[in-house]
Design a protein around this ligand. Sequence first.
Ligand SMILES: *Cc1c(COP(=O)(O)O)cnc(C)c1O
Length: 387
Amino acid sequence: MSELPYIPFSRPCLDSAAIEEVVECLRSGWITTGPRVERFEEMLGAFFGVSGVQCCASATGGLLMVLIALDLKPGDEVITTPMTFVATLNCIVLAGGVPILVDVQPSTYNIDPELVVRAVTPRTKAIVPVHFAGQPVDLDPIYDIAEKHGLRVLEDAAHAIGADYKGRRIGSFGDIQVFSFHPNKNMTTGEGGCVVTRDDKIRKQVNLLRFHGIDRDSVPELKIQGLPHYDIALAGYKFNMMDLQAALGIHQLPRLAEFNERRRHFADIYARELAQCSGLILPQAPSFFHRHAWHLFAPLVNTETVGITREDFMLKLKRVNIGTGLHYQAIHLSRFYSERFGYKRGDFPNAEYISDRIVSLPLFPSMSSTEHERVITAIWDIFRERS
Ligand SMILES: *Cc1c(COP(=O)(O)O)cnc(C)c1O
């Protein structure tokens, strides 16, 4: 085993201001949903230029609440991608929908809008594009299809906070977006997420769904007097965010631009230093104007030319104390989704090609240049060894 310190594929960047805010929150006597969540939501509202951002316990909870709010009927279809975290599909199923997968573009790993068009049926209710790795999906054609067929668009923006599509911030336009504040994501609240929408009806539904369906506005004259009376509008979940979590978020959001710049810096160096490495196929940028959030730097291991599997590659890095991630194995090949929906290998060749080769290299803002160089050197060593 190598004596060098371990480099994880991701690590949160929490400063002392964030830590002190948590301590202050603990000392304040109010640790669950309260003034800090309210403040964090206002900050997010200013960031996205939208009012009523709904923070919640996780992006998974956010996706589920939005899909429940869309009121899917048995047999209603939701079009999405097999190259995503399982939460995207699980939420569609849990909300009573049928996930309809379409293949991704081989270059960007993002959902292919031309295949979305072909997958629309009279049962289609919504499209759930995923901004893979923080690289925006080509949204114009997606929204065109949605408008033409009267569909909702729920952007799984778990990777994409701080990304821009054609000069506009993801979350600042369109139908509905869900962001994640999981520790591996571009900014964190420990666990957490938020729902952003310009649709008052969806926002109100999510607001009720995230806390038991409790409606405190139902008895306004008592609310004004500060009395705790409420009515129940619907059967809701317990998906509220705690002030303890928001305490971190309040100090993460102002640093997001700096974090993402740091991610871009390292991604650029990876791209430059690994460009000549025949062992890897590097991620490609789409042709439209955009800003990548660089949640992941995930090349493909060129298994054919170098005669090494992705797993060999990951193990060799592990042996020199370098962590990697696997984002993701195409969902349609998983036991549940293949058994339940009849998906099989061969259905989505691009997703499968990517799924068999993809690997996430270490990328996080607090990485040092020395750590970053160690990763690049280790990668070259692996492929040099082979050739
Ligand atoms: C992380 C992630 C989620 C879920 O986020 P949580 O906050 O952990 O629930 C959903 N979709 C994608 C694409 C993700 O990467």
